[in-house]
Design a binder for this molecule. Structure first.
Ligand SMILES: N[C@@H](CCC(=O)N[C@@H](CS)C(=O)NCC(=O)O)C(=O)O
Length: 205
């Protein structure tokens, strides 16, 4: 399997999950700062996926899977014994889907215009910051009661949430108004699998 990724962006969630599950991955780095987004061999990412964004997972049979949430669930289901997602026939599985959707649509896509698309302008950035504050409060209320998002254990939702919330650190967003968020990020960030993925992406030594 090959994961097309860029360091520290949303594709890192899939990378973390693969390491945590013990799934060997070939990594193909993409420069999403270049136009078009080029692979290290010079090809345009759109030669692999017409969407032109990471993550992209290329399976050994040639299938190409896009959309982070689908990739996370696919990886988790390859190694059910790693218990990175609740069983498919359980109600908890819908809780997982609920969180994955929240992270994808409410956190990830509120952060990204602000962080990665300055062309949206200052007003859009201010609106994004305010909306993020409301969403941080949702996380805070949940994490005040439990250490992980779903099922009392680390799951693909935590890998995704950590990846996106980690952007706060790099952007100097003060998380102190939400006292459970920084300890949550530390808890996830200290996992050996998470550490290994960050090292592999050049984000930690
Ligand atoms: N809907 C996609 C969005 C993926 C996405 O936003 N990827 C970003 C990095 S976090 C990207 O590749 N951006 C490059 C660009 O927008 O051109 C998903 O959830 O996987």
């Amino acid at each position: 399997m090959k994961l097309y990724y860029a360091p520290g962006v949303c594709s890192m969630a899939a990378h973390i999950v693969a390491v945590e599950a013990g799934i060997p991955l070939h990594l193909a780095k993409v420069d999403i700062g270049s136009e078009p987004h080029r692979l290290e061999d010079g090809r345009d990412l759109k030669a692999v996926s017409a969407k032109g964004v990471v993550p992209v997972l290329e399976l050994d049979n040639g299938e190409v899977l896009t959309e982070g949430v689908a990739i996370l669930l696919y990886l988790a289901d390859q190694k059910p014994e790693a218990m990175l997602a609740p069983a498919k026939d359980s109600f908890e599985r819908y809780r997982l889907q609920e969180w994955l959707t929240f992270i994808s649509s409410e956190l990830h896509k509120t952060f990204s215009p602000w962080l990665f698309h300055p062309e949206y302008g200052v007003q859009a950035a201010d609106v994004a910051r305010e909306r993020l504050r409301e969403r941080f409060q949702v996380l805070e209320a949940h994490l005040a009661k439990q250490d992980y998002l779903v099922g009392g254990r680390f799951s693909v939702a935590d890998a995704y949430c950590f990846t996106i919330m980690n952007w706060s650190r790099g952007r100097g967003i003060d998380l102190s108004p939400w006292p459970h968020l920084a300890p949550y990020l530390s808890r996830i960030g200290e996992r050996p699998g998470v550490h290994a993925a960050l090292v592999a992406e050049g984000l930690r030594k």
